[in-house]
Design a binder for this molecule. Structure first.
Ligand code: ASC
Length: 152
């Protein structure tokens, strides 16, 4: 085999191997309070957009496909934000110690949640209200299960 080809294959294999075991990277914050504020703010913006979709799904506000697609995009983007702000030394807010003590579980839960929010975004892009209803309900159940486990 051509050695260049081999090394590029090795590079890909290494990247895949590292990717599969990597944990979420933590961002640097000037002080722990900034990390807490960052995660609470991103949860807040996500929740506001999620709640607008939930209101449409429940018929509390009129369904508007274009607005729904925008809310879905913001919710999916925000769903990626909080986790980088749960680094060591940032305990506090409503976070239970379990987040740090059993961090692998929290990592798994956060990745699962991002998938739920991405499914919701995909549903909003489809413009199909029944799909949105199902995805809102799946994502909402996931919000709750994480809160029950990890939030005070
Ligand atoms: C929300 C919100 C949550 C979820 C959850 C759904 O709007 O703040 O935590 O939905 O209540 O079960």
């Amino acid at each position: 085999m051509n050695p260049n080809r081999f090394s590029s294959k090795l590079g890909v294999a290494l990247a895949l191997a590292i990717g599969s075991v990597s944990i979420n990277a933590y961002a640097q914050f000037n002080k722990p309070q900034d990390a807490i504020k960052y995660r609470q703010s991103s949860f807040f913006v996500m929740q506001q957009n999620f709640a607008r979709l939930a209101a449409m799904a429940q018929g509390k506000t009129p369904f508007n496909a274009k607005e729904a697609a925008e809310y879905g995009q913001v919710a999916s983007l925000m769903a990626r934000q909080p986790w980088q702000a749960f680094g060591p030394g940032t305990e506090g807010g409503k976070s239970l110690p379990l987040i740090w003590n059993e961090n692998a579980k929290f990592q798994t839960a956060s990745k699962n949640f991002i998938q739920k929010m991405d499914a919701l975004q995909a549903a909003t892009q489809s413009g199909n209200l029944d799909r949105i209803k199902a995805a809102v309900s799946a994502a909402g159940a996931d919000c709750k299960s994480c809160h029950d486990a990890f939030r005070d």
